[in-house]
Design a protein around this ligand. Structure first.
Ligand SMILES: Nc1nc2c(ncn2[C@@H]2O[C@H](COP(=O)(O)OP(=O)(O)O)[C@@H](O)[C@H]2O)c(=O)[nH]1
Ligand SMILES: [Mg+2]
Length: 604
């Protein structure tokens, strides 16, 4: 837990760390957080540096007080006037391109620091030399886009306003054509604890200022407002501008309606340092109120403002560290989790393929059962009756022909078995025909289902890296050609050998022809019906055997095509699972480290 101790600027450098149960002082909290950041990988070094900077600021009670405003509002002039120095260059053109820090020092000096580690430039002779150095390194015209890689400039001066550790920061104005200056100032806000925001009447509040203020409000806990260049306006105009600005501050930007808006004329204040009528100019500049009220307030409330600001910044840094640690962890785990999900998707695909296979097999078996039941019904019903009738017709036709009974008997003996065999063959052919219809329906269904599955699992089957086995496109025609039953040859299978003829005494020529024909009919009648039922049974049996064989082939072929996909997926599954395990092993230590650090991260 962080407590803003009243004496936060007195560092707790005592070696003894407070007992765990006691709330930590803020400086101890920051110290521990810095040590924590130092235990992290090198890319957290800047967090440790920022915390070290906080520690220093805490120990020195150093408050960063920024002077913000659009370019040309008079920020540099204002600081010069307030501190009674002539060091900061001023101009109607956008000038300052890097932050200039003004802090307490017994003498006026200037130090220019560089981003790329070049040796600092130090000037300590006179205000004029300092101004000239600043013009050289800090001014946009001589250092466009900060080509010289200046980090910042620090001026020291013996102003009592700074004696308590407050540092003023002259910021690059935003909203000029030099966009990088706006960014530099936004970046700088992270290091500022309080700020003065300069506005002026020409024009009183721009869209850019409003947008910038919104961001400032988010980042800086304590803000003061100045309306500069009041010399350019008459009193009634001033009133109008004042009302206008206050309206925007409270209505549009959510500031308190009683927020103070100090009126200043910075150039008068600047002149006061040199003029004979210095006191009068100073009084007219309005800077005295700012000095007393704003900076006086800052002196009185510095510790409170500083502790509030620094604890906000501390929270921000730590939240950043935690977020970074979590991002790193998820950077390690996300690819593994994604790969693991892919492995699970393959397991799912294998399962659903096995289920699909079973359902296909069931569908085939059901179709076969239906077919056999149809054959049986055919044999028992229509087909039986039809064949019997056809045999009777054939026998009648022979007996009614213009033959002697003996001739008719011998014709019946050779013709009827052939007729019966043809009927059997026809029945078998019709059964085979309907079996083949089933084969075609099932083949189409199977190849369609297979093609759909191949499409559905194409990505998984491709192994995601294009190394997976290329699946052959299923062809119904090929499948049908393998399974289809060939129509059996005519009636050969049904035995067409001539039957025996009736006993000679039945053909007794002394009997009437009609009696003899009746005797022949009676003789062949039972033969016909037993032959018909034998042939029907034979046809049904033969059809069943053909269907059994075809279905066995069909099932084997369906299983094989599913198995091919399942085997491919199993292979890919094995490879991917191994890759996941390898990757998991490879990041194990990093992951454990990051998890441990996230747990240990302060504020968590
Ligand atoms: N009339 C008038 N001009 C001012 C005042 N303060 C500053 N200026 C002028 O405004 C211009 C910009 O001032 P400067 O301090 O460089 O602005 P900065 O860009 O905000 O730092 C300079 O020409 C200053 O002399 C003021 O109170 N009244
Ligand atoms: Mg300036």
């Amino acid at each position: 837990m962080i407590t803003a101790s009243p004496g936060i600027y007195e560092t707790n450098t005592a070696a003894q760390a407070p007992a765990e149960s006691e709330p930590l002082s803020f400086d101890e909290t920051v110290r521990r957080a810095r040590i924590f950041c130092e235990s992290l990988p090198p890319d957290f070094a800047h967090c440790a540096r920022m915390l070290a900077e906080l520690q220093t600021r805490l120990s020195k009670g150093r408050l960063h007080f920024a002077i913000l405003g659009q370019f040309n509002r008079g920020k540099s002039t204002f600081i010069n006037a307030l501190l009674r120095i002539k060091a900061l260059p001023t101009s109607v053109l956008p000038l300052t391109s890097v932050p200039t820090i003004i802090e307490y020092g017994a003498k006026q000096t200037c130090r220019i620091r560089f981003l790329d580690g070049l040796e600092d430039v130090i000037v300590a002779d006179s205000a004029a030399k300092i101004e000239s150095a600043l013009r050289q390194y800090v001014a946009e015209e001589n250092n466009p886009k900060n080509r010289l890689q200046v980090k910042d400039a620090t001026i020291t001066c013996p102003s009592d306003l700074l004696a308590n550790g407050t540092a003023l920061i002259d910021t690059p104005g935003f909203g000029s054509t030099h966009l990088h200056n706006t960014q530099t100032t936004l970046d700088l806000l992270a290091e500022c604890d309080a700020a003065l925001f300069l506005l002026s009447a020409d024009p009183p509040m721009t869209q850019t200022e409003m947008e910038f203020l919104r961001q400032v409000k988010e980042r800086i806990p304590k803000l003061f407002f100045i309306l500069n260049k009041v010399d350019l306006l008459s009193e009634p105009e001033l009133e109008e501008v004042d009302r206008f600005i206050r309206g925007i501050l409270s209505r549009e930007l959510g500031f308190d309606s009683g927020t103070a808006l100090y009126r200043t004329c910075a150039i008068k204040g600047e002149r006061a340092a040199n003029e004979e009528m210095a006191d009068k100019a100073w009084a007219q500049s309005g800077l005295d109120a700012v000095k007393k009220e704003v900076l006086g307030f800052m002196v009185r409330e510095k510790y409170f403002t500083l502790s509030e600001a620094l604890s906000g910044k501390y929270q921000e840094i730590i939240a950043g560290v935690r977020e970074r640690l979590e991002k790193k962890l998820s950077g390690k785990l996300t690819p593994i989790n994604a790969a693991q999900q892919e492995v699970s998707a393959i397991t799912g695909a294998i399962q659903s393929l096995s289920l699909e296979l079973e359902s296909q097999a069931r569908r085939c078996a059901e179709e076969k059962d239906e077919l056999i039941a149809k054959f049986d019904a055919q044999a028992r019903g229509d087909a039986g009756g039809h064949s019997a009738l056809s045999m009777e017709k054939a026998l009648n036709a022979i007996l009614n022909g213009k033959y002697f009974p003996e001739e008719a008997a011998s014709i019946a003996a050779t013709m009827l078995p052939k007729h019966a065999a043809d009927a059997g063959a026809r029945l078998l052919a019709s059964m085979v025909n309907s079996a083949n219809k089933s084969v075609r329906t099932l083949a189409l269904h199977h190849t369609l289902a297979l093609a759909n599955l191949q499409k559905r699992y194409a990505e998984l089957l491709g192994g995601g890296d294009g190394n997976g086995a290329k699946q052959q496109e299923p062809s119904a025609e090929k499948f049908i050609a393998q399974i289809e039953i060939n129509t059996p040859d005519g009636g050969a299978a049904f035995g067409s050998a001539a039957w025996e003829t009736p006993q000679p005494q039945m053909m007794d020529i002394f009997k009437k022809k009609s009696v003899r024909l009746d005797a022949i009919k009676e003789f062949y009648g039972p033969l016909c019906s037993s032959c018909v039922s034998a042939n029907i049974e034979k046809a049904a049996k033969e059809a069943r055997a053909l269907v059994d064989a075809a279905w066995e082939k069909m099932l084997a072929s369906i299983r094989a095509s599913y198995q091919e996909m399942i085997d491919t997926l199993r292979g890919i599954h094995r490879q991917k699972q191994m890759a996941v395990e390898r990757e998991r092993e490879a990041v194990k230590e990093d992951v454990a480290f990051l998890k441990k650090k996230i747990k240990e991260c302060p504020g968590g």
